[in-house]
Design a protein around this ligand. Sequence first.
Ligand code: DGL
Length: 283
Amino acid sequence: MSSRLNPIAVFDSGLGGLTVVRQLMRRLPGERIIYFGDTARVPYGIKSAETVTRFAEEDIEFLQGFAPKLIIAACNTASAAALPRLDGKCAVPLCGVVKPGAKAAVRKTRNGRIGVIGTEATVESGSYRRCIADLNSDIKIVARACPLLVPLVEEGRTSGDPIVRAVLKEYLRPLKEAGVDTVVLGCTHYPLLKPGIRKVMGSGVQIVDSARETAQEAADILVDSGRVAPARAGLRHRFFASDHPERFARLGRRFLGRELGQVRLVQPELLNGCLALRVAKKA
Ligand code: DGL
């Protein structure tokens, strides 16, 4: 049984999950975070559910080495594709970003029309659609894949950039036409484009940031199990990336809102090794 001083482990295909870490640090300031960004294999959003599940299993296997008390899939794509398949198979409690975002959207909508934007894999998985329909089957959902947004964010482009503005206008058109009053940012990269999304959708539309909702869900899980770490000085978070850790540290500042400090490289072979280990254990 892990103690309340054990860390929270978080993973994403790359930088996006740092938006979740930012909210975790605000909501749970006593928690030590271990973060893994799978930068060698980003983007996950254009890959098949089988491949994303395999990557997620390897990411989780790697993070389990830090004896976390909770693992957060801070990636909508991994949450959508892999979490339903991994539920109950992991020794550590697992939390994704899809359910918290879906719950918040259902709570917020007034006209029963919700827009969801995400990667191709997330939208194709239909997981937001299912989660929202489970909560309220009368809600109309308009989901739109926005494959250009992750590369634009990873490239450091922001809401004021004319290319970003044009792309957002194009992607958000069907949501506007459907008259949605709530939009779920179904990708952890998108909070960085929130001002641009708000501008295109108009101020009457509520934006659900799944990063914020996930931090709240994590807090609820820890409170319910009596495992919230007390606020303490000298917390040392650790960040790992599977490629180009210097770039990760440089760009990560914008996502996290502060310096990351040292980012360590995890050799992709080590991740494959994790899988080999898991398969060997099963055999
Ligand atoms: N941040 C990931 C998500 O929330 C998407 C990035 C990717 O395509 O790898 O879906």
